[in-house]
Design a binder for this molecule. Structure first.
Ligand code: GLP
Length: 249
């Protein structure tokens, strides 16, 4: 596990964007796993800037997203489909036919989970999966629980997640109660994982993920079992992680 400590969110975003851009330059037909939420917005902004300068070409890139709210149509501004178009897909030369997210409007949970898991598998191995970390330690929408869910599944969101995400909605009642998410097994199949974490409200979850016991109560702790993880986090997010962890390889 490599941990890069940055001074703030902007530096975190640039470092992570550099890693993604290196991936695309070295392998133009990369399959990227993408994430939503406030953590990766700066990463996407930086990638868009480099694309506009002519330094990046997304034309051969394929993307799969981690998760999507169940019941939100694509045109809803809070859907992850909308988010990805707003922050990345509509601003670069990616072929949108090569971008995939779970279908939040398929209300048949089992059918959608099975469909998306099979789709992701059929596309091959994700070269680089970008991840954020929830305040309660979730990755994707894999919430704390008794088991690590292996495959894509329908999640009933924890109150803590609904509360954390209400800032994006008009009222807490508008936050969907369920979502589709890649499972831990789906995520761990990726060759590389790149995790961006910012802010002191993530400090405990990040400490537990890096230094704590590997347990489904802290889904991010499973990162300790993957052999190619890069965490790019700012000082505030890393404030509870002892110094010796920052230099481990
Ligand atoms: C959200 C998403 C995750 C994201 C996490 C952190 O609910 N489902 O994929 O990484 O929670 O979000 P944020 O970056 O806004 O703190």
């Amino acid at each position: 596990m490599r941990i890069y400590k940055t001074k703030d969110y902007d530096e975190m975003s640039r470092v992570a964007a550099n890693i993604i851009s290196a991936q695309i330059i070295l392998k133009p037909e990369s399959m990227l796993g993408l994430a939503t939420g406030s953590s990766p917005i700066g990463v996407y902004e930086q990638l868009v800037k480099w694309y506009e300068k002519g330094d990046l070409d997304f034309s051969n890139v394929t993307t799969v997203n981690l998760d999507e709210y169940k019941g939100l149509p694509k045109e809803n501004e809070q859907s992850y489909y909308y988010f990805m178009h707003e922050h990345l897909f509509d601003k670069v030369n990616i072929n949108v036919e090569n971008t995939y997210l779970p279908d939040g409007m398929n209300l048949d949970s089992e059918a959608e989970a099975t469909r998306y898991e099979a789709l992701v598998k059929s596309l091959g191995i994700v070269d680089l999966q970008l991840l954020g970390l929830g305040r309660n330690g979730h990755i994707g929408f894999n919430e704390p629980g008794d088991i690590f869910e292996k495959a894509t599944h329908c999640v009933t969101l924890k109150e803590s997640t609904i509360d954390a995400n209400k800032r994006f909605f008009d009222s807490i009642d508008d936050v969907p109660k369920q979502a589709y998410s890649m499972g831990i097994g789906t995520i761990l199949r990726s060759k590389k994982l790149l995790v961006v974490v910012s802010g002191e409200e993530k400090a405990q979850a990040l400490k537990d993920s890096i230094c704590g016991e590997v347990t489904p109560q802290v889904p991010g702790s499973i990162l300790q079992f993957h052999n190619d993880v890069t965490i790019v986090a700012d000082e505030a997010a890393l404030s509870l992680v002892p110094e010796e962890y920052l230099s481990q390889k």
